[in-house]
Design a protein around this ligand. Structure first.
Ligand code: HSE
Length: 436
């Protein structure tokens, strides 16, 4: 049978990684796919730059449009990232009847609804396993392996850079900026690393996971995102004293009132497996009604792990290229005309428990004032730690764990606590999930 010809757009970390894996494992891949798969063309912005892959048998160009227009190319790998040029190129590839494999979470989270509609109409596939959690086959697990379940919730460490930073800060006391620079050198971070540390990248990935889990359209604009930049080493240490680890989680939960979609630093009991996922590793915990809790773990970023997911998608596309489009696995797991319009809840209506850290004056009645405010908002306290004041200081840190409450009640209570004359500065709030 004729080989399948691949055109690669972008030869950065992921593009070079995909070329390497396709070449290195070519024989094994052909045995799996039933056909030889070869990269014949690739585009890159700067052809003079040193590449981390062998391009001697690949025709290179700076113009990705040439590859998309080439009738000899069967599958396009979109590995340039971003959501403007990438969107135009993918839509054009679809219009030209080409299947597309992409690692681009921003593209799918922001424009996936439009792209899938057009791809379905054109009878081509868009595969995006590498867009979420690097090498972990979480899209396949949710879309196919768990398709008999009602998914109740999922929670994941889905940004490798952020997890790498938190781990290095905790274990080695390293400085935030220094670890971020290393994550950039290792090719983990996004082109704009604020996407990693502000929770935007995790928000893109959570959007995709939630759509596949619950059968809802992609809605990145409804995701609440909070980053890791405000986490201090003292919060990490207090959390440990209370038996918790701080992780940057993406959480999607179906409730009777709607769907919670949120990304934020979270205290997790340290006995949970996911609390012990460190470095650039990712993990996604999925709770299905039939299977119960399941956990998926692996490298969340980096050239080879991401290429592993890209190449698996290429093989999948090759296997089903000739099958009737109606009988393929739907892009978002559910049939396109069966997507649900369950509302995504505003953050104010989310229910969770909280860790609070505040700086209080060391005098009688201060704790009573704080607990009265919490009681007025029907917020129960689970634990309190009051530290000794540092010599020469008149204030001391108070750390509290609360039981579950509505975010709206906690917002109101925090603003009243911050207005107390005996409280200095802002209250630090980190959400707590038991993930039981
Ligand atoms: N910047 C991303 C991360 C790359 O660190 O997880 C993988 O999507």
């Amino acid at each position: 049978m004729k080989p399948v010809r691949i055109g690669v757009l972008g030869l950065g970390t992921v593009g070079a990684g995909a070329v390497n894996v396709l070449q290195r494992n070519a024989a094994e891949i052909a045995r799996r796919a039933g056909r030889e798969i070869i990269v014949t063309r690739a585009s890159a912005r700067d052809l003079q730059r040193q590449r981390n892959c062998d391009t001697q048998d690949i025709e290179l160009t700076t113009d990705p449009c040439q590859i998309i227009a080439d009738p000899k190319i069967d599958i396009i790998l979109e590995l340039i990232g971003g959501d403007t040029l990438a969107r135009d190129l993918v839509l054009q590839a679809v219009a030209n009847g080409k299947h597309v494999v992409t690692a681009n979470k921003a593209l799918i989270a922001l424009h996936g609804n439009e792209i899938f509609d057009k791809a379905s109409a054109a009878g081509v596939m868009i595969a995006f396993e590498a867009a979420v959690a690097g090498g972990i086959p979480i899209i396949k697990a949710l879309r196919e392996g768990l398709s008999g379940n009602q998914i109740e919730w999922l929670a994941g460490i889905i940004n490798g850079t952020g997890n790498f930073i938190l781990t290095e800060m905790r274990d080695k006391g390293r400085d935030f900026a220094d670890v971020l620079a290393e994550a950039q050198e290792l090719g983990y971070a996004e082109a704009d690393p604020t996407f990693d540390v502000q929770g935007i990248d995790a928000g893109h990935k959570l959007t995709i996971l939630a759509s596949i889990a619950f059968g809802i359209p992609l809605q990145f604009d409804k995701v609440y995102t909070e980053g890791i930049t405000e986490i201090t080493r003292s919060d990490v240490a207090y959390a440990e004293q209370l038996g918790y680890r701080i992780k940057h989680l993406g959480i999607a939960r179906k409730t009777g009132r709607g769907i919670e979609l949120r990304v934020h630093p979270t205290l997790i009991p340290e006995r949970r497996l996911i609390a012990n996922v460190d470095g650039v590793m990712n993990a996604v915990l999925v709770k299905g009604d039939a299977v119960g809790p399941t956990l998926y773990y692996g490298a969340g970023a980096g050239a080879d792990p991401t290429a592993s997911a890209v190449v698996a998608d290429v093989i999948d596309v090759v296997r089903v290229m000739t099958s009737d489009p109606e009988n393929r696995v739907p892009h978002l797991a559910f049939q396109p005309d069966a997507l649900a319009d369950i509302p995504v809840l505003p953050m104010e209506q989310v229910e969770t428990a909280y860790y609070l850290r505040l700086q209080a004056e060391d005098k009688p009645g201060v704790l009573a004032d704080i607990t009265r405010i919490l009681a007025d908002h029907r917020i129960s306290i689970e634990a309190i730690i009051q530290k000794e004041p540092v010599a020469g200081e008149t204030t001391l840190p108070v750390i509290m764990l609360t039981q579950k409450t509505m975010e709206r009640e906690m917002n109101a209570a925090i603003s009243k606590i911050e207005n107390l004359a005996t409280i200095t500065g802002k209250v630090t709030r980190i959400r707590v999930e038991t993930l039981g």
